[in-house]
Design a protein around this ligand. Sequence first.
Ligand SMILES: [Zn+2]
Ligand SMILES: [Zn+2]
Length: 157
Amino acid sequence: MLRLALRPCIISSVVQDSIRILQAQGYKVTKPRRQVLEALEGAQKPVSPYDVQSTLRKQGKYLNHVTIYRILDLFCRLNLAHKVLSSGGFVKCGLGNEAGCHRFMVCRCCGVLREFVDEELCKKESKSAVNLGFHTEYHLSESSGLCSECYRKRFGE
Ligand SMILES: [Zn+2]
Ligand SMILES: [Zn+2]
């Protein structure tokens, strides 16, 4: 009992929000799911299932990478996390369950990610797809370039 009381029990509000979203969609908040959520929350850059595994291992927890991959896949389907196309790594969603297709702008210099939703852009893309005889279900896209900070450093103002 004492040992239990000593365990840290502070869960960030973002993890808490994600837990609520999982439950609202009818998914159980299992211990592995919670651990992967917390590892994603603490990550400073896009992570692979192996990165998540080694983060957990440092905390004395073990999950095999297939389990981690399946959990990340589920989180992506629920918009709790996303796969960054250019790096293949996973990041937690920064938009808090906002409807629509979540897209990224990725700085190729410092790696900073900016997530956004642009409904007009989605409409345009879906429309041009229809013109080509294709029915879009969702969009995956990413812009690569320089963030304003890196642009300024490189080219001045
Ligand atoms: Zn998102
Ligand atoms: Zn940058």
